[in-house]
Design a protein around this ligand. Structure first.
Ligand SMILES: [Ca+2]
Ligand SMILES: [Ca+2]
Length: 181
């Protein structure tokens, strides 16, 4: 893939995890995504669903994001993220491991746990949780679900993750995983 396309996608992934535009990913920022998402889906902060989201995000932070913290200051800057992601994706073994973390993300996004990431869940997560314009999130979902089934399942999600991080095709539907990029 062209270096620019890959960089754009990696930076896009950073942006959705940094809705406040702080320029660095931190655990509290990520927990904030889960809290807003739970609230908009109607789950009280004490509910099992909201607790599950927090646990999933803590796990995601611990296993995926915080290892990118090169200088150990508990913040993963855009530069650290880009450097580590670029290296990881260039290594087939690491790339596979990274794609596998997409399963955890799916579990998180499918907040009611019915195995379907329905359009409303997707749109709420990326607009209310991650700060995309609602219109952009809706448009992105339509690209990800060209047959208009109204949901994504885990197999589709895996394919889209693969496309997002590995496809050299600027028109691959998976490029839209995290909205416009
Ligand atoms: Ca750091
Ligand atoms: Ca669901």
């Amino acid at each position: 893939m062209s270096k620019q396309l890959q960089e754009r996608k990696i930076n896009r992934f950073f942006d959705v995890l940094d809705p406040d535009g702080a320029g660095a990913l931190t655990l509290p920022t990520m927990l904030g995504i889960g809290d807003r998402y739970a609230r908009i889906r109607g789950y009280a902060s004490t509910s099992a669903e909201a607790q599950r989201l927090r646990a999933a995000l803590e796990q995601f932070w611990k296993t995926v994001i915080s290892p990118m913290d090169i200088d150990g200051d508990q913040r993963v800057t855009r530069q650290e993220h880009l450097q580590r992601m670029t290296a990881a994706l260039a290594d087939p073994q690491q790339a596979r491991e990274f794609h596998a973390t997409g399963d955890a993300f799916f579990d998180f996004a499918d907040v009611n746990g019915d195995g379907h990431l329905v359009k409303d869940e997707y749109v709420d997560l990326f607009s209310v949780g991650c700060g995309l314009a609602r219109r952009d999130a809706i448009q992105a979902f339509q690209r990800l679900d060209p047959q208009n089934r109204g949901y994504l399942d885990l197999n589709q999600w895996r394919k889209l993750i693969e496309e997002f991080f590995a496809s050299t095709d600027p028109d691959a539907p998976g490029n839209w995983l995290y909205g416009t990029y």
